[in-house]
Ligand binder design. Structure first.
Ligand SMILES: NC(=O)c1ccc[n+]([C@@H]2O[C@H](COP(=O)([O-])OP(=O)(O)OC[C@H]3O[C@@H](n4cnc5c(N)ncnc54)[C@H](OP(=O)(O)O)[C@@H]3O)[C@@H](O)[C@H]2O)c1
Length: 231
């Protein structure tokens, strides 16, 4: 049985990943920063009391990461760094482009995959199989994606990709594969109602990709449908 730790598992893609992973028989440790706003996740946990646990985890709070990691006493086979934020799609002069917004988006999307992986590295090392880390990024972070908007978010996902590549190098000697993924344009709070695919469709593709992840794919940027993407 695979044990998957997912950050930001209370809604959107994270909740869909948790739901599908439980349905297919995996064990899920669902990270959520505010248990009071996790009604759907709590209901899911009640349906899978043996296989699902919820941990309080704010991925931009070092103390929260430390508390979550020290309270977790089981190996993790797959860590999914999914939690993320964005701050709108304007061009340069959009009012959302404040220093504070940049700080929030960059810290959440770039720094948190690093700090989350570091916090749970001892649990990944305890995996009896080949441990893996999946960073949920976005095509918007690719240098090949031509558009003139969403400066902070694009920069943050480019940064997340870079973090994943560097982690893949540092963890190669421990046979821990790290890759970064585009989940598709997904109908979530972040993706909006016009997205191409449902959270369940995205989760199905992503879980297939995570199953395939090996040391040969470590350091790559991969679409939910399996296409290789340019970093
Ligand atoms: N939807 C898309 O089309 C799309 C496309 C490309 C990439 N992505 C990426 O996919 C990931 C999931 O996106 P989504 O569409 O599911 O977004 P979403 O519906 O807005 O959900 C975001 C999740 O991240 C959590 N989160 C944010 N900051 C956090 C923090 N500091 N600590 C812990 N959890 C935190 C949220 O928790 P709260 O409920 O507490 O806020 C929520 O669970 C993100 O990394 C996003 O950038 C999404």
């Amino acid at each position: 049985m695979t044990t998957i730790l997912i950050t930001g598992a209370n809604r959107g893609i994270g909740l869909a990943l948790a739901t599908l992973a439980l349905k297919r028989g995996d064990k899920v440790i669902a990270g959520c920063r505010n248990l009071e706003s996790a009604a759907e996740l709590s209901a899911l946990q009640k349906n899978y009391p043996e296989h699902c646990s919820i941990i309080e985890l704010d991925v931009v709070d070092e103390q929260s990461l430390e508390n979550a990691a020290s309270s977790l006493r089981e190996p993790v086979d797959l860590l999914v760094c999914n939690a993320g934020v964005q701050n709108g799609y304007s061009g340069m002069h959009g009012e959302e482009n404040t220093m504070a917004a940049f700080e929030k988006v960059l810290v959440t999307n770039v720094a948190s995959p690093f700090f989350t992986t570091r916090a749970f590295l001892p649990h990944l090392r305890e995996s009896s199989g080949a441990a893996k880390v999946a960073v949920i990024s976005s095509l918007m972070g690719s240098q090949a994606h031509t558009a003139a908007n969403a400066y902070a978010y694009r920069a943050s996902k480019a940064g997340a990709n870079n973090i994943a590549v560097t982690l893949s190098h540092e963890l190669a000697s421990e046979n821990i594969a790290v890759a970064t993924y585009h989940p598709g344009w997904v109908r979530t709070d972040m993706g909006g109602p016009n997205g191409d695919i449902s959270p369940a469709e995205s989760a199905a593709g992503l879980l297939d990709r995570f199953d395939e992840l090996s040391m040969e794919q470590s350091g790559l940027f991969i679409n939910y449908n399996g296409d290789k993407l340019q970093l």
